[in-house]
Design a protein around this ligand. Sequence first.
Ligand SMILES: Cc1cc2nc3c(=O)[nH]c(=O)nc-3n(C[C@H](O)[C@H](O)[C@H](O)COP(=O)(O)OP(=O)(O)OC[C@H]3O[C@@H](n4cnc5c(N)ncnc54)[C@H](O)[C@@H]3O)c2cc1C
Length: 379
Amino acid sequence: MSYQADIEADIIIVGAGVVGLAIASEVANEGRDVYLLEKNERFGQEQSSRNSEVIHAGIYYEKDSLKMKTCLEGNSLLYELCEKNGIAHRKCGKVIVATNAAEAEELEKLYRKGKGNGVPLRMLSRREMVQLEPNMSGIAAFSSPTTGIIDSHALMEYFLDKAKSNGAQVAYGTEVVGIEKVSGGYIVEAQDPSGASSLMTKVLINCAGLYSDKVAEMAGIDIDEADCRLCWCKGEYYSVRGGKNKLVNRLIYPVPMTISVGVHVCLDIGWRLRLGPLFYYVNEISYQIDDSRKRPFLESSVMKALPFIKSSDLHPDTSGIMAMLQGEGEGFRDFVVRHEYDRGLPGFINLVGIETPGLTSSPAIARYVSNVVDEVFGN
Ligand SMILES: Cc1cc2nc3c(=O)[nH]c(=O)nc-3n(C[C@H](O)[C@H](O)[C@H](O)COP(=O)(O)OP(=O)(O)OC[C@H]3O[C@@H](n4cnc5c(N)ncnc54)[C@H](O)[C@@H]3O)c2cc1C
């Protein structure tokens, strides 16, 4: 049986965020027709451009989880990539600081967890705390020297250029609206301003971020049975003005007392200082923020560690929304990166719940997916 398709592809990737771009840069080569379909007019307009731009070290995640493994691998791959290709970054390190006895107890546990994950960490003496961060107050802290910051836009541009120079084609303003499993692959229905088109592909990779559960559903997966229905979690940032950025030397994080890492110091490459993200679950996508959540910022643990930041220094800045598998009050959930052949979908590679540390993990996830793709093509 033959199918009518406007384009015949070897690989279609849905979504040009940092993960889709990283994968495109790995799987594209001269012998393959690779298409990257993105519903927005530009790449990286959703999670990938609305985050803290931290190169995480791998401290927080369950041992041997995909989050832990891809974060550690991604951390070293990113530094290597940045050095080689002139991508702006800074291995500034971070400290995690406890401001009371209960936090100090949790700090100790987190330190052991991070060490157990193989992350280089160092418990600090009081004297070292003062030496590293003279303006910080706290009763105990450890440092993570391999944490850093990166220009995420420059990283995405690098992946995009590499993918294109290896022959990948990128279609912006092109939304995937339907997927049909056919013999030898998938028919992907896409909608762009000029109308509808259909593309035939052998391999289909779902990197649709906030909508990746919907794309999985289009491919025929029962997302409730597969336990991969997403929740959306909004994180708000406040900028800190008044020259206070000169009073911090590295990233400063609180001890996570809930499931999130907590409101922390964010610094970009230009050393602009923000606090955030303050997370809460939402049902709609709106990036608008006002100062109605200033109080939780003022009450957050990190503010106790940074007594030089006053309420009048804080101004609502940006926000981002994260694709979470973990619902409110629920425990750890790992990334889903899965070749769905056992659900009768050979060649469908499904990525769902790629929340933090997805930016850090992106080059490692791309390598992992590239190996799966090679297996599908029998390379
Ligand atoms: C507030 C916040 C802070 C974070 N901080 C960090 C951090 O400091 N360090 C870190 O490592 N990670 C961090 N993360 C996580 C990181 O940003 C994400 O894991 C990463 O950006 C996910 O990339 P992605 O490509 O999977 O998703 P996205 O960037 O969301 O890209 C998905 C793309 O798919 C497209 N798409 C969706 N549906 C369709 C469709 N049907 N057809 C075509 N295109 C479609 C979307 O338009 C989008 O461009 C943070 C995230 C947030 C929200």
